[in-house]
Design a protein around this ligand. Sequence first.
Ligand code: 13P
Length: 251
Amino acid sequence: MTAEITPLIAGNWKMNGTTAALGEVQKLAGLLAAGGGPRCTVVICPPATLLERLNELAAPAGIVSGGQDCHTATSGAHTGDISAQMLADAGAQYVIVGHSERRTNHGETDALVQQKAVAAHAAGLVPIICVGETEAERDAGNAVSIVIGQLERSVPDDWSGHEVVIAYEPVWAIGTGRTPTAADIVEMHDAIRGQLEGRFGARGSSTRILYGGSMKPSNASEILRIGNVNGGLVGGASLLANDFHAIISAV
Ligand code: 13P
């Protein structure tokens, strides 16, 4: 990992979790406290229905929360959507935008993802902007060019005074138990760093670049050891306190 960047481990609960799941947060808080508190930024992105109650348990343990998506508008006639302001009002500090499941299930484009990142900044949230290639794109040898293109179009041109986090999540690695080789992660994260530095200079050098896709206690330390991997975006393994704690401890 890049020494001067504070790593970030984020849990994306996706559409999982009712009140009972808060027990895992309580357990995680206990595990972190027993170890003297987290040595990295720890974020949990639960379903919006749990945000406020999760914050009550998480905040004393040094865990912050995030949303999983936001609308581009602050309010209005958008049934079922949630604005970045609403997430901030519920205590969130981060929001995931452009997750591949949103891109696939809801047809989200890079341009829309960029607008969502701008909306997140306007609400005082840090967007976690997701990019990643499909298996066919990797097999065709286009993984890096696809991801760099997504990055160019999804990250706002102007985010001075704000922060962005990038999450590289190969679509074929999500929920499959498969991960890229260490060499492939090195290649991709170096390419992302190069693009960010070329476009944003020093801010690009200090931007956190997370890896996501089947990160587990068993592979976390190998992945998190890679230069330009500044943390992880964790799906399934973030639902269980023991597994998520093991990943946080691997930093
Ligand atoms: P898994 O860790 O379950 O593969 O999910 C990764 C992910 O999509 C996180 O956003």
